[in-house]
Design a protein around this ligand. Structure first.
Ligand code: AMP
Ligand code: TRP
Length: 327
């Protein structure tokens, strides 16, 4: 069975972008792959986090994984900080990655822009992400389009290690959705929908109340035309809403175009809002059930135990190849 690994940072409220770009594929892949899904809390602290908020958000994201449909009987769900091999291989990868490679990362440029001081961890972030993936010898990494560059570094590091120290790592492939790989902000279709955008109207959070979702969609920016046509270059706002609709209502883009032919934005937005509410309501109900059941801790502990077996075995092989003395 092929291996799959992915992670999401507990750095704010997860959005529909996270769901469509990544989590929907987690759920899809779990049926016929050996899957590892983690909350990457060590990555979240590459920008300052308030401890109580980090704690709460970490549990929220883990519960959302389960609420979205990840089945702990099929996939290992865990916290990155519970498997210490991540930090250790992360360091080893930091010594292999080049400054020039890190300097090219657009996520680093975006996140450091305009900041007076930036932690070194934000810069070396891709080395830890490479460690996350390579520890499990993952074949596939389900992510949104914005992570392609980090995957490229991971692939380069896998090749570099194998060449320098001997065959160790599988070179992973990104697994990116065809529609919705980059869900854009509702207020500005030139920016990706992001949990760290300070304007709450720019994104739909997975835990937004139905009426909040309806309001956000009714206020979403559209162009001045009235045609429901998928044309990301000329109609980026409407095309973005169509991608969201396609995922939430399980309709193809062509089916949506046909359905709203000649109808204008009003009815389209109304139906879109109900499609999003309909897709998120069961998830929100399951989320509340999971949080109140108290089962989360047990699931995360079991997930970390399963993950540690694989991760420690890889780390042992890596250290031996690099010449570290065995304990
Ligand atoms: P992050 O929120 O940066 O931890 O991202 C977690 C996962 O969600 C990654 O695989 C991202 O590529 C994906 N993702 C985040 N925002 C979006 C978006 N607006 N559209 C599509 N995928 C996204
Ligand atoms: N860098 C990813 C993001 O910002 C999160 C991440 C960390 C990740 N480690 C990973 C994603 C390993 C996939 C695999 O979204």
């Amino acid at each position: 069975m092929k291996r799959v690994l992915s992670g999401i940072q507990p750095s704010g409220n997860l959005t529909l972008g996270n769901y469509i770009g990544a989590m929907k594929n987690f759920v899809k892949l779990q049926h016929d792959h050996q899957c590892y899904f983690m909350v990457v809390d060590l990555h979240a602290i590459t920008v300052p986090q308030e401890p109580a908020a980090l704690h709460e958000q970490t549990e929220t994201v883990a519960a959302l994984f389960l609420a979205a449909g990840i089945d702990p009987a099929k996939a290992s769900v865990f916290l990155q900080s519970h498997v210490s091999a991540h930090a250790e291989l992360g360091w080893l990868m930091t010594t292999l990655v080049y400054m020039g490679e890190l300097e090219r990362m657009t996520q680093f440029k975006d996140k450091s822009e305009g900041k007076e001081s930036v932690g070194a961890g934000l810069f070396t972030y891709p080395a830890l992400m490479a460690a996350d993936i390579l520890l499990y010898n993952a074949d596939l990494v389900p992510v949104g389009d914005d992570q392609k560059q980090h995957l490229e570094i991971t692939r380069d590091l896998a090749h570099r290690f194998n060449k320098r120290f001997g065959e160790q790592f599988i070179v992973p492939e990104p697994y990116i959705p065809q529609v919705g790989a980059r869900i854009m902000s509702l207020d500005d279709a030139s920016k990706k929908m992001s949990k760290s955008n300070p304007n709450p109207g720019s994104s739909i959070a997975l835990l937004d109340e139905p009426d909040v979702i309806r309001k956000k969609i009714s206020r979403a920016v559209t162009d001045s035309g009235r045609e429901i046509k998928y044309d990301p270059a000329n109609k980026p706002e409407v095309s973005n809403l169509m991608s969201i609709y396609s995922h939430c209502a399980d309709l193809s883009i062509a089916e949506i175009e046909a359905k709203y032919d000649g109808l204008g934005y009003g009815p389209f937005k109304k139906d879109l809002a109900e499609a999003v509410v309909g897709a998120l309501e069961p998830l929100q109900q399951r989320y509340r059930d999971i949080r109140s059941s108290g089962e989360l801790r047990t699931i995360l502990r079991q997930g970390a135990e399963q993950a540690s077996v694989i991760a420690n075995e890889t780390l042992r092989g890596v250290k031996e190849k690099m010449g570290f003395v065995k304990p």
